[in-house]
Design a protein around this ligand. Sequence first.
Ligand code: GLU
Length: 305
Amino acid sequence: MIQTPGAGRYAPSPSGDLHIGNLRTALLAWLFARSTERRFVLRIEDLDERSRDGVADAQLGDLCALGIEWDDEPTVQSRRTHIYDAVIDDLTAAGRTFECFCSRREIHAATTAPHAPPGSYPGTCRDLGEADRAARRAAGRDPAIRLKSDTDSFTITDTLCGEFTGAVDDFVLRRGDGTAAYNLAVVIDDGAEGVDQVVRADDLLTSAPRQAYLATLIGVPVPQYAHVPLVLNTSGSRLAKRDGAVTRADLAMVGVDDTRLLSLLASSLNLGTVGENLTANDVLRRFDPARLPNGPWILDPDDLW
Ligand code: GLU
């Protein structure tokens, strides 16, 4: 049998310009994919209400400028509602979903189990009868659709973090406003695009068990994961726009051009030195996951030039 190559991906949310931490994660995703002969695809994760018009184009422009190239047309999640709905219909037909009428506040108030992670679903609507559901609908509540999970944890293997076991609850598949939830869309899209390698920031490590478990339920292979450390500011919090010149455009304004930016990223990955004249392909030739630093990259603005 001919094996088609798998794919890696980068999946930005178009809620704001990419900052240097996002660019570093994108570069890593590209390096992991290309160094293993995989395709590399982009996906615009615009289901979130914070998505803004025009931002995705700017994000793609930034990636291009750094030499991070992708295959195929980027997928846009907001155009794929029918696909997400069809999978929810299949899960519903198999008895694997239920309607949930709880507000976020009610869920937090009801999470009393001593070991339950904050905000994990306490099961309130899981076994509601038809009459109760009808009464709640009549009261004007639009139900979210939740997965009827049959486990409370799942273990994944991560290239960088090792084995990781995380909580799996009856998580949301479709929000009350009809929008597919991130955890559902990501699994369907990775499956549809042949993504078998997921490289992303390690703030999503705790979501991976839910996603991997869902993949097994909908018959999609569980990808190989590599969750990479975040970039932090000098006070140890996650890098944000308020930390000054952190986007490519802002960096250019303070004299950090694309070549210097790439050299900064390469240096933060132990793959080059700041100020070196490098292309993304040069970095790719040097890429070795074993050389990656273990901890987060602390970005000190004084180190930019
Ligand atoms: N859209 C998410 C983000 O921008 C990434 C999701 C993923 O890689 O699974 O943080």
